[in-house]
Design a protein around this ligand. Structure first.
Ligand code: ADP
Ligand code: AMP
Length: 217
């Protein structure tokens, strides 16, 4: 039986930061739907072209496109023992599709850490976020700065501000989270999988809380 973990929380909560550290620690695959879309955007694939406008507007990419993409990704061998899902599912329809996929893969959602941060903190998190072009490493200019400004500590690549982290798009993304993604809290609560974690703590402390939440089933 393969173990899957769904990291839930608003944009800027720290899902990607935590998923990267914890996936490495637990030797699990880290599947970030946003990273996969951004990779497709930069490679100008058909999927990237279809996703671009939605992403730049701060809207969700349609469920059909997103589900097909994740289905393909979860079938790869590195997910055979399980994975951390970061940014997927984001709608109840995606969660239903995930349940079907995991049945086929003999897998199970073991826990859903919900990283909470108040809306008021999100803009500050996003405005300081810089991301690496090569492999999606994430920093914050104030809270988690790279050793050399503008350069990724891990692979030396250039850091950039995401198009959708500009202030005008961030509010839209927060609204979309509350309207379309927050219903997943109830969805997964029915199976008693949701474990709330305080995302305002220091990065290491949040990691500790999530690791305990992942063990608690
Ligand atoms: P998400 O994947 O949920 O959108 P990220 O992991 O990209 O969020 O984090 C958003 C921003 O906040 C990044 O700049 C990251 O460095 C920073 N960040 C993440 N966790 C914390 C934390 N616990 N305290 C302060 N800043 C954080
Ligand atoms: P993220 O990197 O998780 O912040 O996602 C960035 C953007 O990619 C989102 O604002 C959406 O436009 C798109 N996206 C990522 N994951 C999904 C998903 N599961 N469903 C729909 N759109 C998504």
């Amino acid at each position: 039986m393969a173990n899957y973990y769904v990291f839930l929380g608003p944009p800027g909560a720290g899902k990607g930061t935590q998923a990267k550290v914890i996936a490495e620690k637990l030797h699990l695959a880290h599947i970030s739907s946003g990273d996969i879309f951004r990779e497709n955007l930069s490679k100008k694939t058909e999927l990237g072209k279809q996703a671009q406008e939605y992403m730049n507007r701060g809207e969700l990419v349609p469920d059909g496109l997103t589900i097909d993409m994740i289905k393909e990704r979860l079938q790869r061998p590195d997910c055979a023992d399980g994975a951390i899902l970061d940014g997927f599912p984001r709608t109840p329809a995606q969660a239903d599709a995930l349940a079907v996929m995991l049945k086929e893969l003999h897998g199970e959602v073991m826990a859903v850490p919900l990283i909470t941060v108040p809306d008021g903190l999100i803009l500050e998190r996003m405005s300081g976020r810089v991301s690496c072009r090569a492999s999606g490493h994430v920093y914050h200019t104030k809270y988690n700065p790279p050793a050399v400004a503008g350069i990724c500590d891990v692979d030396g690549s250039e850091l950039y501000q995401r198009e959708d982290d500009k202030a005008e798009t961030v509010q839209k993304r927060i609204d979309v989270y509350h309207a379309q993604t927050a219903p997943l809290i109830e969805y997964y609560s029915k199976a008693d999988l949701v474990k709330e974690v305080d995302g305002t703590l220091e990065i290491d402390q949040v990691t500790g809380q999530i690791l305990s939440a992942m063990k608690s089933k």
